[in-house]
Write a protein that binds this ligand. Structure first.
Ligand code: ZN
Length: 422
């Protein structure tokens, strides 16, 4: 039996042949050829002239054999205590957070363009607090499970109301909660539920270019609700919407500690897949001597083993390899953060979300297609994030200089110049 409140603002698939679990509203899974959960026309056939949606299959099958159940969001929440977070925002962070509260009151969507390490999470706390206090329902969506897992304890420490965490690997049953922290895909399971939706890393895979997810966010928001888009590298489309007045924008070119973004140091090397480049060995030796934690990025999964072999010349160093489908991915990141590991060799999967004080990075094959301008800016943003260590090495090893790499260097220089100019 489904708890009635578990359908508030939700969209649940239900077999047509089964009696309804509670008294609720029902809508078809498809209108014409279009899936009503994700808005896409991307179908596969089933026997008996039925079909199902391929576009949102990741969240379970929606087929013409099902219906979608929902109940309107009643905002049936007990009063919440004010946030327990007592940290200080810098004056520029405070300005952004006031802008956000204003946009919430005006029911306007808002883009926050903040460099990596600007302290964007804390900037959100006042608008979340405002919404919760006014009985608004709030969702914070991030494309990456790692980020959701990192954010959960920080958020729970700041707000006394219980948080529902939702992602593909979560086995805790769903409960009706005022504050939801989830991977972006989970928006597909909501309908006009949220007064405030924060979409983190809006430029990142899998949100970028995925129309089903953009549709899901627009559907999960209430008609009078507000979406906050967060990014360090906005897409041309978002900037166009700002220009046309559809989105308000706040801009934070400065890191929370006031320091500049580290520049990317580009070094030309020979074929690094044949032998370990001397410059990499020197950097690793230095990291070993100074006990500096580090990440080595590689273009492809098959490069992981190769670089792991190179590091066998440093037998006292402890570390591991990691890639997107690695079942121990989250644990390995925790080990790096705790200092059990000194390094990880990784695909671009760790370009975002990993914050380790004093971290430095090398990017092997930074001239290869996997490393877009945005990815390179994000990777550089892993470095120099703590007050005590505001700078650090970002070493790009290449066989040739490329346009995306040059653009990344230019973007970092331009952001640093803007940060100084204000
Ligand atoms: Zn669908």
């Amino acid at each position: 039996m489904i708890e009635r409140s578990n359908l508030y603002g939700r969209l649940v698939t239900w077999p047509k042949t089964e009696p309804l679990p509670v008294d609720c509203s029902v809508m078809p899974t498809f209108i014409g050829k279009r899936c009503q959960r994700c808005g896409q026309d991307n179908r596969a056939a089933l026997p008996g002239n039925h079909w199902y949606c391929l576009a949102c299959l990741k969240l379970g099958r929606v087929s013409t054999r099902d219906v979608l159940l929902f109940l309107p969001e009643p905002n049936d929440f007990p009063p919440v205590a004010p946030m327990t977070w007592r940290g200080q925002l810098t004056s520029r962070q405070a300005t952004v957070s006031q802008d956000l509260v204003q946009s919430y009151q005006d029911h306007r969507d808002h883009l926050v363009w903040a460099v990596t390490g600007a302290g964007k999470t804390e900037m959100l706390f006042p608008v979340i607090d405002w919404a919760l206090h006014h009985r608004g329902r709030v969702a914070i969506l991030s494309p990456r499970v790692d980020v959701v897992l990192e954010l959960a304890p920080r958020l729970q420490a700041a707000f006394s109301t219980p948080i529902q965490v939702l992602h593909g690997q979560e086995r805790i049953p769903y409960h009706y909660r005022q504050l939801v922290l989830a991977t972006t895909h989970q928006a597909l399971r909501f309908r006009q539920a949220f007064d405030l939706i924060v979409v983190d890393e809006v430029d990142a895979f899998p949100f970028r270019g995925d129309e089903a997810l953009a549709y899901a966010v627009s559907q999960a928001k209430k008609k009078e609700g507000m979406v906050v888009y967060l990014t360090a590298t906005p897409t041309p489309d978002l900037l166009k919407r700002v220009k046309h007045g559809q989105l308000r924008q706040s801009y934070l070119p400065q890191r929370f500690h006031g320091g500049a973004l580290p520049l990317i140091q580009v070094v030309r090397v020979g074929d690094w897949r044949k032998r370990c480049p001397r410059r990499l060995a020197e950097a690793v030796k230095h990291w070993q001597d100074t006990k500096t934690p580090f990440l080595i990025f590689v273009p492809e999964i098959k490069d992981l083993v190769l670089v792991e072999k190179y590091l066998q010349d440093f037998p006292t160093l402890k570390g591991a390899t990691v890639y997107s489908q690695d079942p121990d991915r989250a644990l390995k990141v925790v080990k790096l953060r705790r200092g059990d590991y000194q390094y990880l060799i990784t695909t671009t999967i760790l370009e975002r979300g990993v914050t380790v004080p004093g971290l430095e990075v090398a990017i092997l094959g930074a001239d290869e297609g996997t490393f877009s301008t945005a990815a390179l800016v994000q990777i550089a943003g892993r470095v120099g994030r703590s007050k005590d260590r505001q700078d650090g090495l970002v070493l790009a090893l290449v066989q040739e200089q490329t346009l995306p790499l040059r653009r990344a260097q230019q973007q970092i220089a331009a952001l640093n110049q803007k940060a100084q100019g204000h």
